[in-house]
Design a protein around this ligand. Structure first.
Ligand SMILES: Nc1ncnc2c1ncn2[C@@H]1O[C@H](COP(=O)(O)OP(=O)(O)OP(=O)(O)O)[C@@H](O)[C@H]1O
Ligand SMILES: CCCCCCCCCCCCC/C=C/[C@@H](O)[C@H](CO)NC(=O)CCCCC
Ligand SMILES: [Ca+2]
Length: 565
């Protein structure tokens, strides 16, 4: 056994019992892992296992139960001493579970030494939260938020010695308003139990509070916003749970709770949405006009249907097939190495996100925001079935690869997807491609641009502004009277902003690189990804600027062999 100069254990190796066998158990402080292996010559099927100490949840002294004590070896010795290690076990599809292993020995002193060493190592994990503020929306999704928290999450927080203050919301905006009042410095993070709308509330509360405390005027679209360093955890209990799915890889409350416990941190870009120098909203997932705006507006009337409302309203909106005329102007995101049609997707420790952050910081230092204003704007006028700006891939169980599979969580850009007027059949083909492996951008009527800011004005607002609107249009209903079958909608659509409706159609949007932080780590590489990335590496143009070593050191091989040498 060795000790660090500060008194901490560097390495502890002992022969400990697990089940009916003796195992060589090693706590390697330097490599940050706990390993156990069978010292006998290996036979087929024998497993040597290890757990990174960063993924140990807790350690507890254990009383072996009667059955264990009465079996085999126990009878030959005095009362055994035992401890249990709870750790993260990774299952398929990014699912995490809490697993445990119990070791025993006859020597009480040795057992205590192990418990103390493990506890000290846990104490050294400084990014782990100790005190959390939890908001539960009891009405999100299938109205299971409270049950999910109490049955699946609270026991894990308590096992990990996390203290919580829990608020069950009583009305919309309860969490947001409360965040302006609480003593926020008391907490290491804020957790929301609910869907994307609930996350949005908490995010608005935190960003708003941060700007207020720093004297930043949110109504100024050009104001450089102050980053929020307090992390947000999402326990998914909503209808879409797109933010959780896109930042963790699965919508599963236990997996999310474990990411919070181990103290993960994933920065996230946020779009600010303004109209006429008035702040409207922040957005992290989808800001959609046309199709997704209309789906949302219709579905809000059907909240009683739960998550099914989106299928009902999605089908109805698809049949109406309305398109909208307007002008989009945008500033391409030149600072980022990626492009929306890359095969290289955003993964844990993403190289593109890191590079973008550095580039933006450097640009700002050199030229300030003034420089950004002078950068080129591109203008596109047209008739659109959908205009979708996505800050992340926007994946969910309905569409596991999402609206823009190569969008990045923290690169300071959004993907602007323009779906022009096309036939119903073509639009259906486009939608179906969100659910299979085919490229949804490979259509003549779909354009995608990586942008750092954009503006939209509908033709109707332009006409209104220039006072050329025929008052008759207003008086006689919303659809084109000259061409009743053309699906041309002379009314405006509304924006769907993270699942909330914005009434203004004219918007000014700006991406703020890494404005908030989540208890997440992005999507971890899987064996499937590895094979796909080997396959695509030849075709991929960006391969020389995004070398595999840009990903976390030994990421892929480490994950493949996490629990087996
Ligand atoms: N106690 C409450 N009563 C009514 N509404 C609430 C309450 N608490 C929160 N809300 C509001 O409910 C809205 C929807 O909640 P949430 O996002 O949790 O579920 P969802 O809409 O079903 O899921 P998703 O956003 O993933 O589609 C949020 O915008 C939030 O402001
Ligand atoms: C014929 C089969 C066609 C299937 C097409 C499936 C396409 C699914 C794409 C899903 C994109 C989700 C984008 C996320 C948006 C969230 O911010 C928002 C709030 O939770 N959810 C919706 O607006 C809810 C949006 C739901 C739309 C259906
Ligand atoms: Ca982004």
């Amino acid at each position: 056994m060795e000790q660090l100069p500060c008194g901490r254990w560097l390495r502890l190796v002992s022969s400990l019992g697990m089940g009916q066998r003796a195992w060589e158990v090693t706590l390697d402080g330097e490599r940050g892992r706990l390993a156990w292996s069978d010292p006998r010559p290996p036979r087929r099927g024998d497993e040597n296992c290890f757990v990174p100490t960063s993924e140990i949840i807790a350690v507890e002294e254990t009383e072996l139960n009667k059955k264990q004590r009465n079996s085999g070896k126990w009878q030959k010795m005095g009362k055994p001493h035992a401890f249990t290690v709870y750790y993260v076990k990774k299952a398929r599809n990014h699912r995490w579970r809490c697993s445990d292993v119990t070791f025993w020995c006859a020597d009480e002193h040795l057992c205590n030494q192990w418990i103390q060493a493990l506890k000290e190592l846990l104490e050294m994990q400084k990014s782990r939260p100790k005190q959390l503020l939890v908001y539960i929306n009891p009405y999100g999704g299938k109205r299971q938020g409270k049950r999910i928290y109490e049955q699946k999450v609270a026991p894990l927080f308590s096992l990990a010695s996390i203290s919580t203050d829990v608020v069950i919301t009583e009305h919309a905006n309860h969490a947001k308003d409360n965040l302006f009042e609480v003593n926020i410095n008391k907490y290491d993070g804020v957790v929301c139990v609910g869907g994307d709308g609930m996350f949005s509330e908490v995010m608005h509360g935190l960003i708003g509070r941060m700007q207020k405390d720093s004297g930043i005027d949110q109504n100024n679209p050009k104001a450089p916003l102050v980053q929020c360093n307090i992390r947000i955890g999402i326990i998914p209990a909503g209808s879409t749970d797109c933010i959780c799915y896109s930042t963790i890889g699965i919508s599963d409350p236990v997996t999310s709770a474990l990411h919070i416990i181990v103290g993960d941190c994933q920065p996230l870009d946020v779009c600010s949405v303004h109209h006429n120098n008035t702040f409207l909203k922040y957005c992290v997932s989808l800001l959609g006009y046309g199709f997704y705006g209309d789906v949302l507006k219709d579905s809000e009337k059907k909240r009683w249907m739960g998550p099914m409302r989106y299928d009902y309203s999605g089908f109805k909106t698809f049949l109406t097939h309305h398109y909208y005329e307007g002008t989009i102007s945008f500033q391409p995101a030149k600072h980022t190495l990626g492009s929306p049609r890359d095969k290289y997707t955003c993964r844990t420790g993403c190289y593109i996100c890191k590079k973008s952050e550095q580039q933006l910081a450097q640009q700002r230092k050199q030229c300030g925001l003034k420089h950004e204003e002078e950068e080129e704007w591109k203008i596109i006028k047209g008739k659109f079935l959908a205009i979708n700006a996505v800050n992340m891939r926007c994946a969910c169980p309905r569409s596991p690869k999402g609206l823009s599979p190569a969008a990045h969580l923290a690169d300071g850009s959004a993907d602007l997807i323009l779906v022009r007027k096309c036939s119903r059949l073509d639009f259906l083909r486009y939608l179906v491609r969100h659910t299979n492996q085919d490229d949804q951008f490979d259509f003549s009527f779909v354009d995608v641009h990586r942008v750092k800011s954009f503006q939209f004005t509908s033709k109707l607002s332009e006409d209104n502004e220039s006072n050329v609107t025929d008052m008759g249009k207003k008086r006689f209903g919303q659809f084109c009277r000259d061409h009743p079958a053309c699906c041309c909608n002379i009314a405006n659509s509304t924006w769907n902003c993270d699942g909330e409706t914005l009434e203004s159609s004219a918007v000014e949007v700006r991406v703020h690189c890494q404005l908030v932080k989540l208890f997440a780590r992005g999507i971890e590489e899987t064996c499937k990804d590895e094979a796909a990335s080997r396959q695509s590496s030849v075709e991929q143009l960006t391969v020389d600027i995004v070398p595999p070593m840009g990903r976390r050191k030994n990421e892929s091989s480490r994950n493949l062999s996490k629990y087996a040498f």
